[in-house]
Design a protein around this ligand. Structure first.
Ligand code: NAI
Ligand code: AKG
Length: 418
């Protein structure tokens, strides 16, 4: 087989199409441009599935936040897609398994907006303990509720944190500065910061806390974890905060607990169904309840967080595109790679079956190609091998060699970096 037919088998950067949705911060665009990626389409909103499928046909990289649903159907249609950047923490809006099956690597920003969420929750906690939402609403209507009844300091109160990860643990430290007693429940054993205490069960936490706040990811185990039974276990007059995911709390049950007065208040940032854009009507059984703070999923929406997330996730996309590194990918075997100045780099994503590497190496050997370095990581389903090629020299790896490697049964995707 000749490997000299055509030297150019990877795309020039100006032919790589990048689609950014949901108002991803300009910092991402700057990073991409600084690295030579100029073909960027940035939209302020999310897209519904049919529009998304159309928009994805030509995209090599897509950037989203929490609204865009990247379903198996979208991945099946997005033939050129190489990687997805979630410019947020949560990746539940992406069918990660489908992405992996199509050889699409997914990245996120695991902590850049966590301080913003912790600060918002801290503020809401104080507002709720002081009954500010209903006093504020009354004042807007001309009322003047100056009573101290039902208003409390945060000092000395018990804060119950469900999910003691990046957000929950930062909140724990901030709340202790206010003199609160922190208790938390997590399915993992965690390092307790300060004087925080890990409790053995959710029920114990619900029974003890004056303020309950949720900081868990969306998983099958967290779905509807707070329903009528759990709300009934909370202390009368306690307050609930949810800035995690809308599927964690049964919203009708919460509305009932607020209307009955069993709970004194709530602050909710995330909802089972959220509008796709700023112009779509927000519907919720919580609307109109004065003791409930409603915010439009803005826990992480600060200038600082969005700018940092833009830089972080765009950086991960650039690194994968330029260098092949999948370090910190959420759905893919992680491979950390050195630079490849003196070599061409072949990236091969395949179903994890015995003999894949042997077949790739056989093709390289048949073509008298010398391997300078080889990196392999696999998980139960997918293998990712990166091969640095020193000989033949840079200009002589060609279309037919890549075609031969792509034709190995079990190949999902293969590309070459120059
Ligand atoms: N409202 C907003 O704008 C934002 C919302 N989020 C949401 O907050 C969630 C948490 O964020 P981080 O603290 O950064 O995540 P993290 O992954 O650092 O922490 C999550 C914690 O929850 C625990 N956990 C998982 N399942 C659990 C269960 N069934 N019961 C109890 N604990 C459980 C984990 O062990 C972990 O310690 C994210 O997954 C995301 O959905 C994150 C950022 C912004
Ligand atoms: O800012 C966003 O779009 C989503 C924030 C969020 O929920 C997350 O980071 O998981």
């Amino acid at each position: 087989m000749s490997h000299l037919a055509s030297p150019q088998v990877s795309l020039a950067k100006d032919r790589i199409n990048i689609l950014l949705l949901e108002g991803v911060h300009d910092s991402a665009i700057k990073v991409l441009q600084q690295h030579g990626y100029t073909n960027i389409r940035a939209l302020p909103t999310s897209l519904a599935e049919a529009e998304l499928i159309e928009a994805c046909q030509e995209a090599h990289f897509i950037g989203i936040r929490s609204r865009t649903q990247l379903t198996a159907k979208v991945f099946a249609a997005a033939e050129k897609l190489v990687a997805v950047g979630c410019f947020c923490i949560g990746t539940n809006q992406v069918d990660l398994a489908a992405a992996r099956q199509h050889g699409v690597v997914v990245f996120n920003a695991p902590f850049s907006n966590t301080r913003s969420v912790a600060e918002l929750v801290l503020a809401e906690m104080i507002m709720l303990l002081r009954r500010i939402p209903e006093k504020n609403a009354a004042a807007h209507r001309g009322g003047w509720d100056k009573a101290a009844k039902g208003s409390f300091e945060a000092r000395g109160k018990v804060l119950g944190i469900i999910g003691y990860g990046h957000i929950g643990s930062q909140l724990s430290v901030l709340a202790e500065q206010l003199g609160m007693q922190v208790r938390y429940y997590d399915i993992e054993t965690k390092l307790s910061l300060g004087n925080a205490l890990q409790l053995a069960s959710l029920s114990e936490l619900l029974a003890q806390a004056d303020v309950v706040t949720l900081h868990v990811p969306e998983t099958p185990q967290t779905q509807w974890m707070i329903g009528p039974e759990q709300l009934a276990q909370m202390k009368p007059g306690a307050v609930l905060i949810n800035a995690s995911r809308g599927t964690v709390v049964k919203i009708n049950a919460l509305a009932d607990a607020l209307k009955s007065g069993h709970l004194a208040g709530a602050a909710i940032d995330v909802f089972p169904v959220e509008p796709k854009g700023n112009d779509e009507m927000f519907e919720s059984p919580l609307r109109g309840l004065d003791n409930c703070i409603l915010t439009p999923h803005i826990g992480g929406s600060t200038q600082e967080a969005q700018e940092n997330i833009g830089i972080e996730v765009a950086g991960k996309l650039v690194r994968y595109s330029d260098n092949g590194s999948t370090l910190s990918a959420v759905n893919f075997p992680e491979v950390a790679l050195p630079t490849h100045d003196k070599a061409r780099r072949l990236l091969h994503i395949h179903h994890n079956r015995p003999g894949m590497l042997t077949r790739i190496n056989q093709i390289l050997a048949d073509n008298n190609i010398n391997v300078a370095g080889q990196y392999l990581q696999t998980d139960s389903e997918v293998g990712y091998v990166v091969i640095d090629i020193e000989t033949p020299p840079k200009s002589s790896i060609a279309d037919d060699l890549l075609a031969a490697i792509r034709s190995i049964d079990g190949t999902i995707k293969a590309r070459v970096l120059y």
